[in-house]
Write a protein that binds this ligand. Sequence first.
Ligand code: NI
Length: 262
Amino acid sequence: MIEFLNETPLEKPLIFDTHAHYDDERFDEIRDKLLSTLTKNSVGAVISCGCDKKSSIKALEMAEKYDNVYAAVGIHPCNIDSGTTIKEIEKLASNKKCVAIGEIGLDYYWVQDNKPQQKEIFIKQLELAKRLELPVLIHDRDAHADTLEILREYKPKGVVHSFSGSPEMAKELIDLGLYIGIGGVITFKNAKKLPDVVKMLPMDRMLLETDAPYLTPVPFRGKTNHSAMIYFSAEKIAEIKNATTEEILKQTFLNAENLFLK
Ligand code: NI
């Protein structure tokens, strides 16, 4: 179920959601209502990510329809058998509203028996992004060591989304020039290392995201996530950073603009 947040206590659309999946079927009934009322819900910009050809095309269609929606196109590590080719991703990436290659990366949580293939597709897309001068949206689940090793070698510009590593890993990624994506998990009681990561993270390296429809922040955990919900993650981050929620939203908006829209 969707909770609309018409009373988000923000006067301006200060939220930049750098990672959402609005192609997800859970949005079928309400997608147009959500995307046509983003600014009314304090959301200034959204990147909808592709995970294969189909979802990448859907992301581009939404981006063409709505001014403040942008698209990322790519092959997710769980979808390397989808039949989508790098050539097809390259073609889709030529669309003006495509602002990144993603999401791409490694996922050893769901699949462990195809690590070499995952790495190969990840690396090919890092090379593609470099060639096209686009940033990347990186997915790293239970694959920290291999992800780091590849990023050290290829040094892309981009963000490690829904970051789940240690403060030490975050430090190394920042030194490589990458951004760290923080989402609803920061509001969870079992967020583990994430509060420490947020504590050490320089404010000019942080991006906010939903991963909608997943990872809905408290107090709506369990419901369908959407971009306006970032308000609650920002509120929690503000508490950790000893700042105001608006300050967090403004700075992360600026960061996302610098990375994706310039
Ligand atoms: Ni995602």
